[in-house]
Design a protein around this ligand. Sequence first.
Ligand SMILES: NC(=O)c1ccc[n+]([C@@H]2O[C@H](COP(=O)([O-])OP(=O)(O)OC[C@H]3O[C@@H](n4cnc5c(N)ncnc54)[C@H](O)[C@@H]3O)[C@@H](O)[C@H]2O)c1
Ligand SMILES: O=C1N[C@](c2ccsc2)(c2cccc(Oc3ccc(F)cc3)n2)CC(O)=C1Sc1ccccc1Cl
Length: 332
Amino acid sequence: QAFFKSIMNAAPSSPTKRHTKISIVGAGNVGMAIAQTILTQDLTDELVLVDAIPDKLRGEMLDLQHAAAFLPRTRIQASTDYSVTAGSDLCIVTAGARQINGESRLNLLQRNVHLFQKIIPPLVRHSPDTILLVVSNPVDVLTYVAWKLSGFPSNRVIGSGTNLDSSRFRFLIADHLDVNAQDVQAFIVGEHGDSSVALWSSISVGGVPVLSFLEKQQIAYEKEMLENIHKEVIQSAYEVISLKGYTSWAIGYSVANLARSILRDQRRVHPVSVLAKGFYDLEDGEVFLSLPAQLGRGGVLGVTNVHLTDEEKHRLKDSATTILQVQNQLAL
Ligand SMILES: NC(=O)c1ccc[n+]([C@@H]2O[C@H](COP(=O)([O-])OP(=O)(O)OC[C@H]3O[C@@H](n4cnc5c(N)ncnc54)[C@H](O)[C@@H]3O)[C@@H](O)[C@H]2O)c1
Ligand SMILES: O=C1N[C@](c2ccsc2)(c2cccc(Oc3ccc(F)cc3)n2)CC(O)=C1Sc1ccccc1Cl
């Protein structure tokens, strides 16, 4: 059984290019947190910001340029004109309409689909070889929409998916066990947000699988602890929103981490939203869900064959069915 199930149309990884360019569409809370982290971590030679509000855009560009004395040299540009994105290696889409009080998620989705119909075609026209990384919500459906609108092979269209969910999960497990979160491997997969699926068998601390550790130690109550931590991943998103009104730093670091794996051809495995058709018995319809995927310069290089319990497979299928029902209502 190959460790990685290859994606048929994955383009061979091109050699690492000397000059890299990243474009971020949406200079809001999330887009600017991603931009700030990319600059601090020296991930690109050129950074471009695009938004619909010219003054906000110019203000954010100037404010970042004024930090040049403290950052690695990076060319920073901004414009409402998508020609500024030409030749991007990676395009990160965080643009989105905010949910209006009482607005249904389906109505928000339809508004964001209309935004994507204006955003994706010019991005693709100016950077036909780019990799699209979607963050806007609902991220799994909007990643599907970006894929459809772009005409790209599926390996070059990725959603941040449950990457943020998984990073919160790793923090909470590490906090509970009093270890470093970087020594905790734990994947949340499936649909981003309230209906995500925690892969218990994927959790390891310092290379030690937690489940087998707990079973050997007969620590039954810890399994319930892990279930409570998954619930806390969801609750903490609502807590942050109620306290500060948005989320930025964790999503900023998590998306910059994806950008590093892609642009530096790290071939690391991340829980991100990929075209899940054909994996884990998910044969019905074209749906993007988060699975542990290997990322490199060619985008999604493969999806890992981790063991899923019947319950985990069932919950993934339920998510796929729900997402397909929503997608079938879209006017693309
Ligand atoms: N996937 C995740 O884990 C995750 C986590 C946090 C936030 N999000 C999502 O990220 C998105 C952005 O969140 P935010 O807090 O930054 O919102 P925000 O309102 O602060 O920023 C959105 C930006 O998009 C811009 N925009 C709107 N229409 C545009 C267009 N047609 N072209 C270019 N720019 C346009 C707005 O002007 C604004 O600056 C939301 O959909 C949010 O739900 C996802
Ligand atoms: O931390 C976050 N801030 C969010 C946000 C950001 C700006 S306004 C709302 C946020 C928080 C809570 C619910 C919420 O509702 C939605 C709405 C549409 C949608 F497609 C996904 C979640 N959105 C976006 C978002 O996806 C996250 S991560 C998250 C959200 C819910 C459960 C678990 C996780 Cl890990």
